[in-house]
Design a protein around this ligand. Sequence first.
Ligand code: ADP
Length: 201
Amino acid sequence: MKNSNNVVWHHATVTRSRREQLNRHKGAILWFTGLSGAGKSTIAHAVEEQLHRLGCHTFVLDGDNVRHGLCGDLGFSPKDRTENIRRIGEMVKLFVETGIIVLTAFISPVRIDRERVRSLVGVDDFIEIYCRCPLGVCEDRDVKGLYQQAKSGKIKEFTGISSPYEAPEKPELVLDTNVCSLDECAGKVMVLLSQRGIIGK
Ligand code: ADP
């Protein structure tokens, strides 16, 4: 995996904690996980909107802005899914060093892949948020018409239909998106961020 030798890390004088002081909030990674259509993107953007209004520095990463570019060479086989999450993990590790709150909205179906990111970035920075929603509800929502295509066999290896989803065992937060409204779900995330001292109370 490692082909780059003679690479020396340059230590910045502008450190993460200085950036955080300037930002007036801490950096963190809000890692949303769940089935397609469970509400990851919707909630991530709603939370980002609230944080932005409070003057926080944020960025949402999701499948669309990553799979077209950085991970455009990857498909949906187990190996490619793992590599996709590994690259995203390395990216969010850099993002959090900038002192921003990064929100990710990837299905990220494999538990060990998510746990690898948690270990890579550090447990304090990694906030796993499980958007829990029954498969049937996601299928009914079928936001992008993907379930229909997966069920007819047009899309292979689709999570929940022809590829497994491994629910988190100990996520920092569970959002039941078929029970709670979007506002309630976003509100729960904001409360957690306050409780953890990432944003002011
Ligand atoms: P994902 O990013 O997990 O694939 P999306 O956010 O794209 O899911 O889609 C979720 C869909 O479910 C949206 O159409 C959204 O309006 C709807 N929805 C209904 N209730 C909720 C809720 N409580 N939280 C988030 N989305 C919800």
